[in-house]
Write a protein that binds this ligand. Structure first.
Ligand SMILES: [Zn+2]
Length: 211
């Protein structure tokens, strides 16, 4: 007897149902890729699977510290579509050249500039027509995020976890959060520097709380 075809209630993937346990547990049928993932992650996956445009603004030092794989397809697709943008902010050294070759907009930060201000400007420059993913967990960008959430009719996803995620949801109703479930670098061959002393892994779940 063949199994029923199901559509994942979170990311939209169609496939064979694996287990009714998942449905009973979460009240929604979730596929292997997004079961136990945040709503932000499942939403991003959903947009990618339907080939809808996604804008990304990422703080390079944060990405490097968390060893997020900035060249993973889930991000990279934003750099190759004419209707979306993928902006990296910060001084990225040799990785800047690699990123630019991939079509990523690299916004280097001058010594007299405040990186958080440059991030806010990058957020303000987004048209708000696409789903947006912001990979920076600091509170400085709150006003810019509020403005984005107001003008956008698509979800805004922010890097945050633990108590910080709850705070953000109180600050900006409807904001979704995403955490270290993002694709990580497995090898150190991309030229992205890992900052010395940075927490390497998710031994504690809330590694973003010190922002
Ligand atoms: Zn799914």
């Amino acid at each position: 007897m063949s199994r029923k075809i199901d559509q994942c209630g979170r990311c939209g993937l169609r496939g064979r149902r694996r287990s009714m346990e998942l449905l009973r547990y979460s009240g929604i049928y979730a596929c292997r890729d997004c079961n136990n993932k945040s709503e932000g992650y499942a939403t991003l996956l959903n947009y990618r699977r339907r080939e809808r445009d996604v804008d990304i603004v990422a703080d390079f030092p944060t990405v490097a510290k968390l060893r997020v794989n900035a060249l993973h397809r889930i991000f990279q697709m934003s750099a190759v579509s004419a209707d979306s943008r993928y902006v990296l902010v910060g001084n990225m050294g040799i990785f800047g050249r690699i990123a630019r070759n991939h079509g990523i907009i690299c916004r280097e930060v001058d010594i007299l500039e405040d990186r958080r201000e440059v991030l806010s400007q990058a957020i303000d420059a987004l048209p708000g027509e696409n789903l947006t993913v912001i990979l920076y967990p600091g509170k400085y960008i709150l006003p810019a995020l509020r403005r984005l959430a107001e003008r956008s009719n698509q979800p805004v996803i922010l890097l945050a976890d633990g108590d910080a995620a709850v705070d953000w949801k109180n600050e900006i109703p409807g904001i979704l959060t995403i955490s270290v479930e993002l694709p990580r670098q497995h090898r150190r061959d991309m030229g992205a520097p890992a900052i010395a002393g940075a927490p390497a892994h998710e031994n504690g779940r809330h590694i973003l709380e010190n922002y």
